[in-house]
Design a binder for this molecule. Structure first.
Ligand code: DX5
Ligand code: ZN
Length: 227
């Protein structure tokens, strides 16, 4: 499974969003990760579908929308129509996770389940047939620039094992939070394949070099779980 590097625009300079996105795409980013926060599910408020629409007018690159919102069902159509490629919803945020994933897929988009650091993987057993990727939060969601919680590595490993038991080795594990050249090797060795990186990319002096270094470090240790 290919390594994907997805810079999170949460760490971008918003007054220059267009050139920020152009710059990471030119530097080799595979996806753009869009962190949507509602001020309820997480203690921060960020961007809505208008930003996704503006990005979509600018690029054909995959736009990975991470909904850190309560009751995501009502917002899924907004982001689908705005041009998202994939949408993840938190297992903690809705009593209707299965329905939310179905709704994402009904727009022809990739559906992801996201889980906070303290949330287990039990739901996986019941929704795995509706899943295109699994987002494991490696920090508590809400803010960029935090350190990876190392206990989440164990969850990345268990997730890959469970997905294999469920016959879904095609479902990649995405990790989000505290991804850097220092942590990405362990995450890749644990079986993560999609890496969200905010500060590690946007705060780098040389973004091309930063993305190349992340990719190289991930590729170096991902071998054991690479097909
Ligand atoms: C956290 C967000 C992350 C965040 C990652 O709630 O979901 O995507 O932007 O930022 P870094 O890479 O700086 O930890
Ligand atoms: Zn995110």
């Amino acid at each position: 499974m290919k390594i994907q590097i997805a810079p999170s625009i949460l760490a971008a300079d918003f007054i220059h969003l267009q050139s920020e996105v152009d710059s990471v795409l030119a530097a080799g980013a595979d996806w753009i990760h869009v962190d949507v926060m509602d001020g309820h599910f997480v203690p921060n408020l960020t961007m809505g579908p208008i930003v996704v629409e503006a990005l979509r007018a600018r690029t054909d690159c995959p736009l990975d929308v991470h909904l850190m919102v309560e009751r995501p069902e009502q917002m899924i159509p907004w982001f689908a129509q705005a041009g998202a490629t994939s949408i993840s919803v938190h297992a903690e945020a809705t009593p209707h996770l299965h329905r939310a994933l179905q709704l994402i897929r009904s727009y022809g988009l990739q559906a992801g389940m996201a889980v906070n650091p303290a949330t287990g993987l039990t739901s996986l057993d019941y929704i795995y047939d509706q899943l295109d990727y699994l987002l494991i939060m490696t920090v508590n969601p809400g803010f960029g620039g935090q350190s990876m919680i190392s206990a989440t590595l164990k969850k990345v490993r268990s997730a890959n094992e469970r997905l294999a038991q469920l016959g879904r080795t095609d479902v990649p594990v995405e990790v989000d939070g505290g991804v850097s050249v220092h942590t990405i090797g362990d995450l890749a060795a644990a079986g993560a394949r999609i890496f969200v990186a905010g500060s590690a990319v946007f705060q780098a002096q040389d973004r091309r070099q930063a993305i190349a270094a992340l990719r190289a470090a991930a590729q170096q240790t991902s071998g054991s779980r690479n097909a």
